[in-house]
Design a protein around this ligand. Structure first.
Ligand code: BEZ
Ligand code: FE
Length: 289
């Protein structure tokens, strides 16, 4: 009886491999490897790859690793375009009813963006269509949260973050950290962001092209909202009129995260001419809620 002797056959392949892990010290690792092995063997049995195809898959992963450095994480991009980043986000950020939904962090956050006075203009090079962004940070009962930290970053009107255009955009362009006062409100100025491609000059970009997929993300603003006693919220606000709103390359769009960029011309606003008005409230869930 080959399987009882533990010899490998096509039929019992997954069980033979997982039973070898019987003495694993870490029970979670053992459980994870059991599932991964079972699903991977199942996939290989269904696909029946040729040896050339399997080598191509190995080389794809090798190239993905070679593309990674201090600034570039091609494996996260792969996870993003496979929808796995959004799935992990969904599993880890199940919210009570009424709380704002989360979405992917992405690779362009910087930890040390400057804290700015409420109302500041985060656009340091005056390029783009001016925009007023405002709203409130609330709890799930609708009460304002004071002292909330709002970390915001966005691409410019050409679809680039400052970190992608060092020497072209000023450092910390279109980024800022704000803190709410007693009424929980926030407001700042920016410019209308543009859709942009995720980095597509590596193996993940090649994979998207081979699959007939575009690499674009619809225009958005990134937020991390934090307040003591509340769950940290990592999210975006999206432009519902963006051409890529229904086909985000990384599946980050949620219905509840869309907000109209309303054209306005209000002389009392402090803007010299027409501008876009973007209103969005964020609702934080209490820790353990
Ligand atoms: C971003 O929105 O910054 C982003 C998210 C996932 C992959 C690439 C970029
Ligand atoms: Fe982004």
């Amino acid at each position: 009886m080959t399987s009882e002797q533990g010899f490998f056959t096509e039929a019992n392949s997954a069980e033979v491999v997982t039973s070898r892990n019987a003495n694993a010290k870490d029970a979670r690792l053992k459980a994870v490897m059991e599932v991964i092995t079972r699903k991977l063997h199942e996939a290989v049995k269904e696909i029946e790859p040729t040896e050339e195809e399997w080598f191509k898959a190995i080389m794809f992963l090798t190239d993905t690793g070679h593309m990674c450095n201090e600034w570039r994480q091609e494996f996260i991009l792969l996870s993003d375009v496979l929808g796995v980043s959004m799935l992990v986000d969904a599993i880890n950020n199940r919210k009570p009813s009424g709380a704002s939904e989360s979405t992917v962090l992405g690779p362009f956050h910087v930890a040390d963006a400057p804290e700015l006075p409420m109302g500041a203009n985060i656009c340091l090079d005056q390029k783009g269509e001016p925009m007023r962004v405002h709203g409130r940070i609330l709890d799930t009962e609708g009460k304002p949260i004071s002292g909330a930290k709002i970390d915001v970053w966005q691409a410019n009107d050409e679809g680039f973050y400052d970190v992608q255009q060092k020497g072209i955009q000023p450092d910390f362009n279109l980024r800022g950290v704000f803190r709410t006062g007693a009424d929980g409100s926030y407001h700042f100025r920016g410019v209308k962001p543009k859709f942009y491609p995720i980095p597509d000059d590596g193996p993940v970009g090649k994979l998207l092209a081979a699959l007939g997929r575009h690499p674009y993300r619809p225009a958005h603003l990134h937020y991390i909202v934090e307040a003591e006693g509340y769950d940290r919220l990592v999210t975006h606000i999206f432009d519902p009129d963006d051409p890529y709103i229904r086909s985000d390359a990384v599946f980050g769009v949620k219905e509840s995260l869309m907000a109209k960029f309303q054209p306005m011309a209000d002389p009392a606003s402090g803007f010299d001419g027409p501008f876009l008005d973007l209103a969005f409230d964020f609702v934080l869930s209490r820790k353990g809620q």
